[in-house]
Design a protein around this ligand. Structure first.
Ligand code: ZN
Length: 322
C-alpha cells in the first residue's frame, strides 16, 4: 500500500515538475521571440513601441528624468546595445557617444540605425534664430545653422522617423513585416492628424515668435508652422550657459514682439527663462522638448503625442492664437 502511495506521489511530483518546466520554457520562449530594441532618447522609444507593439521589447537607455544632451552610457548600457537586435539613435550630433560605442564594440550582433541620417535635416537659418549678438535691427540666427538634431519636434520629420524605424524592424524581423507596416501606417495617420490640427491652431496667432529661455530645440517645429523660435543658448544643447548679452537680447525680443510668455524647457531648472520673465513681467510656460520624460510622466503614460498636444495648447495661449 505504502509503495503504491509513494509511486503515486512520485508520479504527481514528476507531473508538476514537467508542467512547471514546460511553462517556464514557454515563457522564456515567448520572451526570446520578441525583437530586442534599444533606443537612446524618448521619441525613438515611443515610436519603436508604437510600430513594434507586442512583437518588440523596447528599452530606453536614458533613465527617466535625465537630460538627454548631457547623458553618457554606463558599461551596462553598452552590453545592452551589443545584445540588442536593433539599436536606434538619432544622430552623432545629439548622441556623440553612440557611434563611439558601436564602433568600439563592433556593433554587437544586431542592426544599428542612426535614424537622423536617413532624414534630411540640414537647415537653413531663416527661422532658426539665436540671440547671441542680437540687436534691435534683426537676429539672423547664425548660431543655429547646420545640423539641428531635434528632428522629432517637426511632426512631418517624426513621420519619416517612424517610416525608418518600421523599415528597420522589418529588416531584422521580416516574418512580421506586414504588422510593422500596418502599425507604422496607423501611427503615421495619428501624427498626420496632429500636424494638421497644429497647423490650424497656430495659423492665427498675435505673437509669431516662440521666446524660449531654454536651449534651441524648436527650430524645426517653428519652421514647419511658419513661426520663429529664439533662444539665448549657443548651438543646440543646454550645456553652455548663455551670456548676459544674449539674455539681454532675449529681453529686447520679448518687448519688441509683445510676448507675455517665456517658454522654458523640461528637466532643467528654468533659470534663464525666470530672469527674462522677471525683467519683462512675462510668465513662464513649459514647452516640452520631448528628449526624455520624468519618472512621473512615464508613470502617467505620457507619449510623444500627448506631450506635443500639451505643447500646442501652451503655445496657443502663449502666442495668443485665435
Ligand atoms: Zn535638445
Amino acid at each position: 500500500m505504502m509503495a503504491i502511495t509513494f509511486l503515486f506521489i512520485r508520479k504527481r511530483v514528476f507531473f508538476i515538475v514537467c508542467t512547471l518546466l514546460f511553462s517556464f520554457s514557454n515563457l522564456y520562449g515567448s520572451e526570446e521571440e520578441k525583437v530586442r530594441v534599444v533606443t537612446s532618447i524618448f521619441p525613438l522609444y515611443d515610436f519603436a513601441s508604437q510600430v513594434g507593439g507586442d512583437l518588440v521589447d523596447v528599452k530606453m537607455l536614458l533613465p527617466p528624468g535625465v537630460e538627454a544632451h548631457g547623458f553618457s552610457p554606463t558599461p551596462h548600457d553598452m552590453v545592452d546595445v551589443t545584445r540588442a537586435d536593433l539599436f536606434l539613435y538619432t544622430s552623432n550630433t545629439l548622441e556623440p557617444w553612440a557611434g563611439t560605442i558601436v564602433a568600439a564594440l563592433g556593433a554587437g550582433k544586431g542592426k544599428v540605425v542612426e535614424v537622423g541620417t536617413e532624414i534630411l535635416y540640414k537647415k537653413d537659418d531663416h527661422t532658426a534664430s539665436g540671440v547671441e549678438d542680437t540687436t534691435d535691427r534683426h537676429h539672423e540666427g547664425h548660431n543655429h545653422s547646420g545640423e539641428d538634431p531635434h528632428i522629432w519636434l517637426d511632426p512631418r520629420l517624426a513621420m519619416k522617423m517612424v517610416e525608418v524605424i518600421g523599415a528597420a524592424l522589418s529588416e531584422v524581423d521580416p516574418e512580421h513585416s506586414e504588422v510593422y507596416r500596418n502599425n507604422s501606417e496607423a501611427y503615421t495617420r495619428d501624427l498626420d492628424l496632429f500636424d494638421i490640427r497644429t497647423e490650424q491652431i497656430l495659423q492665427n496667432c498675435k505673437v509669431r515668435t516662440i521666446v524660449s529661455g531654454g536651449h534651441f530645440a524648436f527650430g524645426s517645429f517653428a519652421e514647419r508652422y511658419g513661426l520663429t523660435a529664439v533662444s539665448p543658448f549657443l548651438g543646440y544643447s543646454p550645456n553652455a550657459q548663455p551670456s548676459p548679452r544674449a539674455i539681454a537680447g532675449l529681453v529686447k525680443i520679448v518687448r519688441k514682439t509683445g510676448s507675455t510668455v517665456i517658454f522654458h524647457e523640461e528637466l532643467v531648472e528654468p533659470k534663464v527663462a525666470r530672469i527674462v520673465a522677471d525683467e519683462t513681467g512675462g510668465r513662464l510656460m513649459l514647452l516640452h522638448g520631448v528628449h526624455n520624460v520624468s519618472r512621473e510622466e512615464l508613470e502617467r503614460g505620457e507619449t510623444y503625442l500627448s506631450l506635443m498636444q500639451k505643447n500646442v495648447q501652451n503655445l496657443k495661449q502663449g502666442l495668443q492664437c485665435q
